[in-house]
Design a binder for this molecule. Structure first.
Ligand SMILES: [Zn+2]
Length: 254
């Protein structure tokens, strides 16, 4: 397993540029499955989490209203808070260190892309953020307000790709997990290989994005933001692309 050497700030948060995260993703994917840096293909992210990163995986309802998609537990805990659907109340669950919790609602078929992305996001925390809970000087850090060594990932953060202008510690940590998730599911090398087949992608990214969704088994949103991070389709809005891909799919299935 490739373990990146990370420079941490005084709160245990790694100091990372986009290029640094690209390099970490490249080394990890090369180590896990070098073939996926040659031929564009979906990464088996659940097996990556379980057998490569050696995390435990638990599917549970994490809240009453679906606000958390995933959680990552760093150290053993007697009381991870989950939601008991039947009893409709919060419940404590004893759990082992290095456990990824996924909200059970993501097992529904239409949530497959969200499930895969959430897995990749939690893997991002597992790879990058151990230092957050080992740092002695992180008393102001949001996650330490929780009594347990756990990161709870809100829906609004897991799928948020924007670059913040004013970053809180939470924003920075969530952005890092998202960027690494995206670079593992959509390796730079193979995305650029695929993009080279679409020379008009800057002006009209729809056919390329449609191909990315099918080839890498990811969402339209994840595909668009990955392209933008690689300097392609920078002027396309999310709503334009979502409508365009739907239309493209209808035309191709006629
Ligand atoms: Zn997160």
């Amino acid at each position: 397993m490739f373990i990146p050497s990370l420079r941490l700030n005084d709160k245990g948060i790694p100091i990372l540029s986009k290029e640094d995260i690209e390099e970490i993703a490249f080394r990890i994917v090369k180590d896990y499955n070098p073939e996926s840096l040659v031929k564009p293909q979906p990464i088996d992210i659940e097996s990556f989490a379980e057998f490569y990163l050696k995390t435990e995986i638990e599917y549970k309802y994490l809240s009453s209203d679906g606000r958390f998609l995933g959680m990552y537990l760093y150290n053993n805990s007697e009381k991870v808070i989950i939601y008991d659907e039947k009893g409709q109340k919060a419940e404590y669950l004893p759990s082992k260190a290095r456990t990824i919790f996924i909200d059970t609602s993501l097992l529904e078929e239409e949530n497959d892309h969200r499930l895969r992305y959430t897995f990749a996001h939690e893997c991002g925390h597992a790879i990058l953020h151990t230092g957050v809970f080992n740092s002695r000087n992180n008393c102001n850090y949001n996650y330490r307000m929780a009594s347990e060594p756990i990161i709870q990932c809100r829906k609004t953060k897991v799928e948020c790709f924007k670059d913040y202008t004013k970053w809180s510690d939470t924003d920075r940590v969530e952005w890092q997990a998202n960027y690494l998730a995206s670079a593992i599911l959509l390796p730079k090398r193979t995305v650029l290989t695929l993009a080279s087949e679409y020379p008009n992608a800057n002006l009209d990214p729809i056919p390329l994005i449609y191909d990315m969704v099918k080839t890498f088994n990811v969402s339209v949103a994840a595909s668009l933001y990955r392209l933008k991070s690689l300097g392609i389709a920078k002027n396309s809005s999310y709503s334009y692309v979502v409508d365009g891909v739907k239309e493209f799919e209808n035309l191709n299935n006629m």
